[in-house]
Write a protein that binds this ligand. Structure first.
Ligand code: SF4
Ligand code: SF4
Length: 331
């Protein structure tokens, strides 16, 4: 097993930057952690899941589709270097696996895969959560994993690319520490899963009345934070930008909590109330996607519950559904 000592972190990533386009957790000048480049701020691997979605490396908030110059259409350019994206938690890796499936299905999304293909993914786990809390071990689904043992980072590799990156690091014999982290991870890894399954079953059995969605929808202020933070939200709109010498068509994240999300040209809006839009946000992840993809598309990364200013992230809503409607059936 390899090890990365804290004092070697800057040099390690600086060396990688000559081979990859780096995206990793950094601290901005205002104290926000985000996934950015070495130029954006000091490296900040500690602190748990970054607030922004790490999948934005491949599906950015705004990205070009093509540029038109004097009648000629030029596709969006390839990434100059392969991407190396670090900072995925175990839950984030599940989200990435899901959107890889989503973008590969049917019409394979070439814009997404131009960034994603060949990218190296690095997870983080161990005692690097908020205040040193445990982030469960990931154990695969990425190229390498940095496991914080409280003092340094044990480096586990799962692919040839991962092995190549870790090859120069010193060896360590820390099997016992890793074993302890693995044991602790077993309980932490499934937190919330049962609850979200039960909420999904309620929705799929049509046991959540419309009045519930009116109540929850009344609490939504359409800030869009939940969608913008969610690694498995993939809706986007298309916009043309006219510049002096060209026109750029780009796509931008959309939000199903916005009034205009499904509004049709006729003016008819199938999601014309906050109740319907909020129902749709939750129903999509917990009921529609299981039908379509065979799995719930919320992997409990926690971001929407952290970001929602009115407390109606998916876990909060799932808890309320289970509390209220499982009991009602029993009575
Ligand atoms: S917890 Fe919220 S933000 Fe995270 S995957 Fe689920 S719905 Fe998306
Ligand atoms: S974060 Fe909360 S208030 Fe904002 S759009 Fe989402 S559900 Fe509504």
């Amino acid at each position: 097993m390899k090890v990365l000592y804290p004092e070697h972190i800057p040099a390690f990533f600086t060396a990688l930057a000559s081979r990859f386009e780096l995206r990793l957790p950094v601290m901005l000048s205002d104290g926000t952690r985000t996934i950015g480049s070495l130029e954006d701020g000091p490296i900040a691997l500690m602190g748990g899941a970054v607030p922004g979605k790490p999948t934005a490396a491949f599906f950015p908030q705004q990205g070009p589709v093509f540029t038109a110059v004097e009648g000629a259409v030029l596709p969006s350019s390839d990434q100059a270097n392969r991407l190396f994206v670090a900072g995925f938690t175990g839950r984030d890796i599940d989200c990435l696996r899901f959107i890889d499936r989503f973008f590969a299905d049917g019409w394979r999304d070439d814009i997404y895969f131009r960034q994603r293909a060949g990218a190296v993914i690095a997870g983080v786990s161990g005692y690097c959560g908020p205040g040193g809390a445990l982030l469960p071990l990931i154990g695969g689904g990425c190229d390498l994993e940095f496991v914080c043992d409280g003092k340094c980072w044990l480096v586990l590799t799962y692919s040839q690319a991962g092995e190549g990156i870790a090859a120069e690091l010193p060896d360590t014999d820390a099997e016992e520490v890793l074993h302890q982290i693995r044991i602790e991870s077993l309980t932490a890894a499934n937190e919330g899963d049962e609850l979200i399954q039960r909420a999904s079953q309620l929705l799929r059995a049509n046991r959540v009345p419309d009045s519930f969605w009116s109540e929850i929808g009344d609490r939504c202020i359409s800030c869009t934070g939940c969608n913008l933070a969610c690694p498995t939200c993939t809706c986007f709109g298309v916009q043309d930008w006219r510049y002096a010498n060209n026109i750029e068509r780009s796509r931008m994240w959309d939000s199903c909590q916005l009034d205009g999300f499904m509004r049709e040209a006729s003016g008819h809006n199938p999601l014309g109330s906050e109740a319907l839009r909020t129902r749709r946000r939750i129903h999509h992840k917990l009921a529609a996607d299981p039908e379509r993809w065979g799995e719930i598309s919320c992997f409990l990364c926690g971001r929407c519950d952290v970001v929602c200013p009115t407390g109606i992230g998916i876990l909060a809503v799932a808890m309320e559904m289970v509390d209220r409607f499982e009991q009602e059936t029993i009575r």
